[in-house]
Each structure stands twice: as structure tokens, then as C-alpha cells.
Design a binder for this molecule. Sequence first.
Ligand code: ATP
Length: 435
Amino acid sequence: MSLARILVVDDDVDFSELLAIRIGSFGYEVSTAHRATLALQQLEQQHFDLVLTDLRMANMDGMALFTEIRKRFAGLPVVMMTAHGSIPDAVQATQQGMAGFLTKPIDTQALQDTLATCLKGRQQATLSQQSGEFYGLYYQSEAMHQLAHKLATLAQSHANVLIQGESGTGKEVTANAIHRASQMAGGPFVAINCGAVPAQLLESELFGHVKGAFTGATQDKLGLVQSADRGTLFLDEIADMPLELQVKLLRVLQERKVRPVGSQHESKINVRFLSASHKDLWQAVQQGQFREDLYYRLNVVSVTLPALRERPQDIPYLANHFLHKLADKQFAPAAMTALLNYRWPGNIRQLSNVIEHCVALTAGKLISENTVRAALPGQQAEEFPGLNDAKRQFELDYIKKVMSLCQGNVAEAAKLAKRNRSDFYKLLKKHNIPC
Ligand SMILES: Nc1ncnc2c1ncn2[C@@H]1O[C@H](COP(=O)(O)OP(=O)(O)OP(=O)(O)O)[C@@H](O)[C@H]1O
């Protein structure tokens, strides 16, 4: 991975040059700008991973620069330095989403620690800088760049495609993207979830029926295969299709004709079939639950969507994508790190739900780490202890320490704690400490 790039902004030329040398010695690439406006120009022209700026500067100060960066380079961490290290400055800075705050004269260790912390989330997020979109499929990761390239090529053919991937990875979005990029784009895109329709209804849903074909068939009904004529039919959760219906679907695929239930007539169809499954379809074939001949018909080309945890570069990009669709807010750097560190078992669907949850619970502009954690199952923020619990914990830690210093000798421990022996015994009993 390339070195992280830091832009130091300070109108004190000597100070910023010396600081750049110090930061360079930590192994980062550093540039300097002596005015906020010049910093913005550099940010337009080059990629930086972090901005370290002085608060008090002539013309445009550090806060104004930070506001501008937030608007134009969302997510770029900014660390503020000030010689007037007052608490109100620090509070204002962190409330507004500043990644860190350093007081001049700058302590080398504090500088190194702050830069490392602020860059951690950023570096995971920026392995691939370029974002892309393929007909509604948004991505930034290298894996998805390659996949989009493959989709663009296969969209031009008429081949049937099997899309596999965990639930919520974007199989339906992908199917829709293939349709929109294909020559069938002018025709309909029809989707059916084979697992959600009761088995006895699925045949008539797919192939249609004529009036009187079965009890309740009071009029002719067009099936989805015919509705998708000159377009694309997306068969979601294909592994759930009952075996007897698989035979009928195979005939439709082979003969390119469909016969509604109860009808004597077949109609020609021109449909591209895309199917998807979150289960391993080849395993279903081996277990005798899915026909091998149908498998090969549907799987002329296969596409596998990686789980979100396997493409972490997409997490910040998609999180911001969903956020900006809903509200004019942004994530605190620690909130983004929490999103990056989560495993996302429900993939992009879960990410989108979590962002919606965070937006609903955030009144201000900045989404905090605690709000993100509260929205993630099993990641609830640690509850802040009440004063009584805190006192009790302190007392317990204190007694343990005293006992350990006195090697378990209660008389000596009581003396050290400046308590009489019976009081000290009571404390040991209260905390269940054997004596
Ligand atoms: N790359 C992406 N860019 C933008 N939105 C996406 C992307 N991938 C998925 N989504 C969104 O995530 C949600 C789930 O996507 P989709 O329904 O396509 O997943 P799926 O794999 O078909 O899920 P399931 O297996 O549960 O049917 C949708 O709201 C979709 O818009």
C-alpha cells in the first residue's frame, strides 16, 4: 500500500516546514500549504489522506477551512492545531466532526498517535480510490470494479446468467443492471421470488392459465414468462423451485415456447433468463434437489457477488451513498471505523437499514460512534456506569490492590488503608473477597 499523504496547513512557514520533517520521519508523505486557500487548491489537484491545520490563520482560519473541506471532500479527516489550546476550541472542533485536536507546542508522541488513529479507518477505506456505478450498482472496491467490467461484457450477449451471493449482496440490483445494459433494455424486467410463492401457485404465476383450468381460475391469466417477452425474467431464489416445475421450466428454456396451465396452445417467447440463489446451486444439484440439466441451462455464465465484509472498501462509499440519499449529515471518523470493523452478515441490505436507523436517531449533522454501535446488533455502546457502580468498582479494585501489596495479610492491609481491622473485614465481606 502507498504511504499515507498528509497536508500540513499553517501560515507560520518555519513551523510548518519543521512539522513536515517530523511527520515525514513517521513514514508519511507530507506537503505544506501556507494559506487555507492554497490548501484547498492542493486538495483539488492531489489526493491526501489527512489534513493537519492550524486554527488561527489570517483570512481563512482553520474552522472555515474545515467547513469547506467537509463540503468538498466529505470524509477526509482534519486534525486541528492551536497555540491557544483552550477547552472551548477543542469542544467546538470535536462537536463539529474534527478527527483530532493538538495543542502547540506539539508533543511528538501525541502527534504520532493522533495521526495513526485518524488514518486507520481512512486507509482501510481507500485501498481503491475510484468509485463506480453500473446501472444502479454502486461500488469502490477492486473486486466490484472487475465484476462491473464482466457485467458490461455479458450484458451484450443473450446468455442466461446465474447470480450467486449471500443474502443482501445485491443479486437483484445486479440482474436489473444487466437488463438495463442489454439490448433488452427497452423491454420489461420482470422479477419473481420462487421461494415466496406457494408451490401450487408458482406454475400458473410463471406460465399463466386459462379460464377453468382449476378451481378459482375464473379468467385467463398471462404468466410472468410471457409478461417478460422481449425483456428479462429474473428468477430469484431459484433453488426453491419445486422439482416438478423445474422440468417444465427446462422445456420452456429449450423450446422457447410457453403453454399456460389448461391451454392447448403454445406461444413463442423471446426472453432472457437471469436467476439467483443465496444457496449453493451446484450443491443442491449434488443433493438431488435441483436438476443438473436445468442448472447448465441457467448457468451459461455465472456471477458471484462477494460478501460486503470481503470488500471493505465498499463500506464507507456505500454508507455515504445511502446517507446522502437520506439527509445532509456525515459520519464522525470513529463512527465510520465502527462501520468498517463490523462483519455485516446481512450485507448491503443491512448496511442500508443501519444508515436509515442512524439518520432517524441523529438530530444534528454528525452521526456519532455511539449511534452507529446502537444500530449494530451485538455492538451496543458500553453503558456508562452510574456513580454508585463506579464507586463500588473503585473500592473493589482498591481493596484487591491493598491485599495484594500486603500479600493477603488483613492486619497490614487494614493499616495501609487507614481503617480499623473490623471495618476492613466488613469491606472484604461486602466484596466477597476471601480472607
Ligand atoms: N452495489 C450496490 N449499490 C447500491 N445499492 C445496493 C448495492 N447492492 C445492494 N444494494 C441495495 O441493497 C439492498 C439489497 O439488494 P438486493 O435485493 O439486490 O440483494 P439480494 O442479494 O438480491 O438479496 P436477497 O438474497 O435477500 O434477495 C437493496 O436495497 C439494494 O438496492
